[in-house]
Design a protein around this ligand. Structure first.
Ligand code: NAD
Length: 292
């Protein structure tokens, strides 16, 4: 690392709180080193009250950009000059690119999700998706899938504080894309079962299956899954969630955790900053050796 840092090193940040647990600095710095790129990626504890100064610093220090995570993904928007179309529809940003003082906000979670399917040779364009969850991850996935040509998305959410956002996502997709989106409540189990039965992919973006809910899953009955459906959990710790176990019991061939999405959202940001492709397989091996 020290060998790479010199007077020309370009800084990229990660602005969030809490953030010290993030794998992104390890991911990006190893990718820069592997490709011999003179960049350094550092995490900064940034709460909403420090956000305005932190964004000013991107321009002042001539940083190439930054990743942004909670609690700043929505709050950063007024401080930016431009938004890419997906970030605009999502109302959230996870990547900022600085082009000579012009700051553009992107969201790469949705593109990362779609790319991770492509990596597996799977194409869900023109098909139907059932998606549970409409928070940060669910919104990015739904909007990008709709922009990329998924034909139908049935969005399920509990009637909790995210319900209104689920409604908003459905309205935006129907207004702004050619995808047909419908809103459903998770409380209607028969409806949930029948929408999954009719879908090419079921994706769970609720985080049920992750601590403290690691023993739970929204789908408990393997008979809900055809063998040829794709089952995708955005959770990556644990690597095999309860939902994935149910899908495996049903004999589903394509069952995924959120690692591919996590790596590919980073790779999309890496490309935006450097113009280069992240060596994704090298990083996967380096960060997740124990998963091989
Ligand atoms: P969020 O808080 O913004 O949204 C949570 C969603 O889950 C909401 O729709 C909420 O209604 C629903 N939900 C929460 N508890 C539930 C329960 N008990 N039953 C039913 N629905 C419930 O969270 P987020 O940022 O969207 O993250 C969700 C999950 O996605 C987390 O596990 C996170 O780790 C994962 N994630 C993965 C990636 C990746 O790259 N793989 C990226 C972002 C998020």
């Amino acid at each position: 690392m020290t060998e790479r840092i010199d007077g020309h090193t370009i800084l990229i940040g990660l602005m969030a709180y809490p953030i010290r647990h993030s794998m992104s600095p390890t991911m990006h710095n190893n990718a820069f080193a592997k490709l011999g790129l003179n960049y350094a990626y550092l995490a900064f504890d940034i709460t909403n009250d420090k956000l305005s100064d932190a964004v000013k610093a991107i321009r002042t220090l001539d940083m190439r950009g930054s990743n942004v995570s909670m609690p700043n993904k929505q709050k950063i928007i007024p401080y930016l000059d431009k938004l890419d179309p997906a970030a605009k529809l999502c109302g959230a940003v996870n990547t900022v690119v600085n082009d000579d003082g012009i700051l553009t906000g992107y969201t790469t979670d949705g593109t990362g999700f779609m790319k991770s399917l492509e990596d597996e040779g799977l194409d869900i364009r023109g098909k139907k998706m059932t998606l549970s969850g409409a928070g940060g991850a669910g919104t990015a996935i739904a909007i990008q899938a709709a922009l990329d040509g998924v034909a139908e998305i049935s969005i399920f959410n509990a009637k909790d504080k995210v319900w209104d956002n689920a409604k908003r996502n459905v309205d935006i997709i129907n207004e702004k894309t050619s995808c047909k989106a419908t809103l459903h409540t998770l409380e209607d189990q028969e409806d949930f079962k029948s929408e999954i039965a009719d879908s090419a992919i079921y994706c769970d973006s609720t985080g049920v299956g992750m601590k403290p809910l690691e023993d739970e899953t929204l789908v408990t009955d393997p008979s809900w899954f055809r063998k040829d459906i794709i089952v995708y959990d955005t959770v990556y710790a644990p690597r095999t969630t309860k939902l994935m176990e149910v899908a495996q019991k049903a004999g589903v061939a394509h069952v995924f955790n959120g690692l591919g999405m996590m790596l590919e959202q980073g790779a999309e940001a890496f490309k935006l900053w450097t113009g280069k492709s992240m060596p994704v397989e090298y990083i996967r091996e380096l960060l997740f050796k124990e998963d091989k």
